[in-house]
Design a protein around this ligand. Structure first.
Ligand SMILES: C[S@@+](CC[C@H](N)C(=O)[O-])C[C@H]1O[C@@H](n2cnc3c(N)ncnc32)[C@H](O)[C@@H]1O
Length: 352
């Protein structure tokens, strides 16, 4: 049995929900107006310019154009199979949306080739939400994990919960353990899951608020699948930092991130049963946080092997632009005009 103190889900009282709403609202209100106006942070752009023109070569200029132009950004709508609405589907189709993965039945996810965002759905008391807006590249990490019914799955860095929700759309895991270290974000995670997933399915969901680096020691060889959607540079959001000093500090401390990512992955390897799989993902283009981290793990852990992601890439190549020249166990989604998905790095490993 797991050593962790997990909280199985109980419906939350109104008071608790009100507390969370007000904490999240306060946080949003404390953001300066410039954040809402999406001003480019020059110090971050200069830093990225230097690094990514070297790492990506010519293609960086078209990636930069999308990343720095919110008017090009696209959002996918992942339908909630637990709250089916033909009205929402009709509405999406009438606005020019089409299914992203028509040949698979895993997800019903709609995208539109023109930029824009379908309106987010408000909280409706007693009703589950019908769709979740997200960057379509996030779904590739969940597809790569290939969760099967009955499996024990760990989402090690889970808030705000997009990939946990997506995982529950494509399989019926025996256990989905959603971990998030940050307190406020863990409240947000729980609230998000509760607004999409019915109570009957929430019985298979557990929450914890641990440093993911410890989970391997606490639950060795316990999980069939582990997703490490790691804390990372988050290029899209960093480019619009409103606080220049904070942005400069983040850039200065950026190199420390890979050490944390490596420790999270070591913990994930420990938490996996032999024969289990892990998927590592980030939303940065940075080689230091992507390929270099995975190469380090492959070189230092004798019990992991790389898994080929070529078949997954081929099956979605119409809708995503992948960076050339990466190895077969990794994918790097590059945002391009009309396919503004990513940045998203994904790699898959097997524990032997
Ligand atoms: C990229 S976000 C995860 C996004 C999430 N998977 C989703 O799809 O909605 C990374 C998350 O990791 C959390 N985090 C940071 N350090 C952590 C740690 N040591 N252990 C667990 N979670 C951590 C952050 O607070 C953040 O919420």
């Amino acid at each position: 049995m797991p050593l962790l103190r997990l909280s199985r889900v109980k419906p939350w009282g109104t008071l608790r929900l009100r507390e969370i709403h007000s904490a999240v609202k306060k946080k949003l209100e404390s953001k300066p107006e410039t954040k809402l106006q999406k001003q480019i942070c020059q110090v971050v752009l200069d830093h990225f310019e230097k690094q990514y023109s070297k790492e990506l070569g010519e293609i960086w200029s078209s990636v930069r154009e999308v990343l720095t132009s919110p008017q090009y950004w696209q959002y996918a709508a992942l339908l909630n199979k637990f709250s089916i609405s033909s009205e929402v589907e009709d509405n999406l189709c009438s606005k020019g949306y089409h299914l992203l993965f028509p040949e698979t039945s895993s997800f019903k996810c709609y995208i539109c080739s023109t930029p824009g965002r379908f309106p987010a759905q408000r909280h409706r008391a007693g009703k589950l939400k019908e769709y979740y807006l997200l960057n379509a590249a996030s779904l590739l990490a969940v597809l790569a994990l290939e969760v099967e019914n009955g499996e024990k799955v760990l989402d090690m860095c889970a808030a705000p919960g997009g990939k946990s929700i997506a995982t529950l759309q494509c399989a019926w895991p025996g256990l989905l353990h959603c971990n998030e270290y940050d307190h406020l974000r863990s409240l947000w995670l729980k609230q998000t899951l509760e607004s999409f997933i019915p109570e009957s399915v929430m019985h298979a969901v557990a929450f914890s608020q641990l440093d993911g680096q410890q989970i391997g020691n606490l639950q060795p060889e316990y999980f069939d699948k582990v997703l490490v959607d790691a804390p990372c540079s988050n290029d899209r959001s960093w480019l619009f930092s409103s606080d220049i000093q904070q942005a400069a500090l983040r850039l200065a401390q950026r190199k420390l991130l890979s050490a944390v990512q490596i420790q999270l992955l070591r913990s994930a390897v420990k938490a996996l049963r032999p024969g289990g799989y892990l998927v590592y993902s980030t939303c940065t283009l940075s080689k230091a946080e992507n390929s270099d981290v995975i190469t380090h793990i492959l070189n230092s852990c004798s019990n992991v092997l790389p898994v080929d992601l070529g078949p997954l890439a081929s099956s979605v190549s119409q809708e995503f632009t992948f960076a050339p020249g990466v190895q077969s166990h990794e994918l790097l989604v590059l945002p391009q005009n009309g396919k503004a998905w990513g940045p998203m790095y994904i790699s898959k490993l097997k524990k032997i």
